[in-house]
Ligand binder design. Structure first.
Ligand SMILES: [Zn+2]
Length: 470
């Protein structure tokens, strides 16, 4: 059978289509034609139906439903999914030293595979078709899971060549090892799984990176024409340490600019503690920022998102990992991003501003800005002819969304993860009518429960009882 013979033509019609294209077109009764993995037509439903109903292999009537580009989650730790609930309501040092580092240091390859599958299920259910991995230990296992899940991803290794307090069984790697192992991952996995997997470079954070690692990472990313994913300016302590040890007057962003690390291919996660001058530096260098509202509220603080967006920075949305935000739902993050940043306006200005970060801006952050952040906007992030068929169907007919009086705002303020009905990535259905088609969800849940129990035992992580357990 030739590749052409296998090519499926799918016609979706009679639905609201929110394209997120440069003209922000919304077709009230729209249709879209998918040819293999590509969007080949988009327009008014009746036109497409007349022209293509006899050519399509599959015709889906979207009556009452809404079609959107797949969401893009730009900061996820897939390997941390088995650690959901291991560090709730604990202080930062306990979070890191007694829970997360021992957890990650004791993770096996198989754990990483199962963890990524489990995380992927939640990502799919929340309408995510593409994500950026923040950096884990076993990238090949993540890639194996992503291939099976049918998702699109930019994967990165957790990379550290210095730092204090790391677990004893977690040997620090040399700078050269960090760079070489990532180059190997790149040659093994980049552009695999029908082009769905890309390999990025990772820097865990500045406190675990020597100058040589930062500079070699910058140069290697340039050589490989790929991106860099790094946690940036997460807590005041980080900035203070940079001021104390690296001879700059503010913090991480100021220092990164000094060594010419700020570039358009840097995805800076969180970026909470940045000054006005640093916002300017990020903007001028076209650095992308991943805003993770839930994790920021739990552990980091209020990021100046409105100021960053006003200065032209491309800000997208991320969930962070399960121990920082137990929910891997970008639907929840959209809702939170709007509310948290409206609340911040009232807090810093002493007067409320419900117009801050309106629904259309939030949708942009979850779609086209996400695509720009992962350097993939030529193919994904909006529903446009010749882009990849990454899309989701929302069924608003449920207690959570009825009545839909304002479609765009309903998608941000009313929609729940459960309203995501079907998900297509690269032209293939990964979830249809709320059933995940690529993995056996029940089997993954059982293996994840078992793997998590064993991992916590190996790592010696004991979660203390709360309340009067009898
Ligand atoms: Zn993170």
């Amino acid at each position: 059978m030739t590749a052409d013979a296998k090519r499926v033509i799918t016609l979706l019609h009679n639905g609201v289509i929110v394209t997120m294209d440069p003209d922000t077109r919304v077709f009230q009764t729209g249709g879209i034609l998918i040819d293999g993995d590509i969007i080949s037509k988009i327009g008014h439903s009746s036109d497409l139906l007349d022209q293509f109903k006899d050519h399509a292999h599959e015709i889906i009537d979207l009556e009452g439903k809404i079609l959107l580009p797949g969401f893009i989650n730009t900061h996820v730790h897939t390997s941390q999914q088995l650690g959901r609930g291991i560090a709730d309501d604990v202080d930062l040092m306990t979070w890191l030293h007694q829970r997360i580092w021992p957890y990650e240091a004791n993770m096996t390859k198989e754990d990483s595979y199962i963890s990524t599958l489990l995380c992927g299920i939640e990502l799919i259910r929340s309408g995510v078709t593409c994500f950026a991995e923040a950096g884990g230990q076993h990238v090949s296992e993540m890639a194996r899971a992503v291939e099976v899940l049918g998702l699109r991803a930019c994967l990165a290794q957790s990379t550290m060549d210095s730092g204090q307090g790391l677990p004893g069984n977690w040997a620090l790697h040399t700078t050269d090892y960090c760079i070489q192992s990532q180059k190997q991952l790149y040659s093994k996995h980049h552009d695999t799984a029908d082009g769905r997997i890309r390999i990025w470079l990772g820097i865990r954070q500045i406190m675990n990176a020597t100058d040589k690692l930062l500079i070699d990472t910058r140069d290697t990313a340039k050589e490989l024409k790929t991106g860099i994913h790094m946690h940036v300016a997460e807590i005041p302590y980080e900035n203070q340490l940079v001021v104390d040890t690296r001879e700059v007057d503010h913090g991480t962003v100021t220092y990164l600019e000094k060594i010419n690390f700020l570039q358009g291919n840097l995805l800076a996660a969180h970026s909470v503690w940045v000054s006005e001058a640093e916002i300017d530096l990020l903007s001028k260098a076209e650095v992308k920022v991943s805003h993770c509202p839930a994790a920021a509220m739990r552990m980091l603080g209020f990021a100046p998102i409105k100021e960053m967006m006003d200065s032209g920075i491309c800000v997208s949305l991320g969930t962070d990992g399960a121990p920082s935000n137990n929910r891997m739902s970008i639907v929840d993050e959209m809702y939170l991003a709007s509310l948290v940043n409206k609340g911040r306006e009232a807090y810093i200005k002493g007067t409320t501003d419900p117009t801050a970060l309106p629904a259309e801006t939030i949708l942009k952050m979850a779609t086209i800005n996400g695509a720009k952040s992962v350097l993939w906007d030529n193919e994904i992030g909006s529903l446009q002819i010749r882009k990849k068929a990454d899309l989701i169907i929302v069924d608003p007919f449920s207690w959570s969304m009825v009545p839909v009086n304002d479609c765009i705002s309903s998608l941000v303020y009313s929609m729940r993860t459960e309203n995501i009905e079907s998900v297509m990535c690269n032209g293939l259905w990964v979830m249809k009518n709320r059933k995940i088609l690529t993995v056996n969800e029940g089997d993954v849940l059982l293996s994840a429960k078992k793997a998590s129990n064993e991992l916590l035992k190996r790592a010696g992580i004991v979660i203390p009882n709360r309340m009067n357990v009898i």
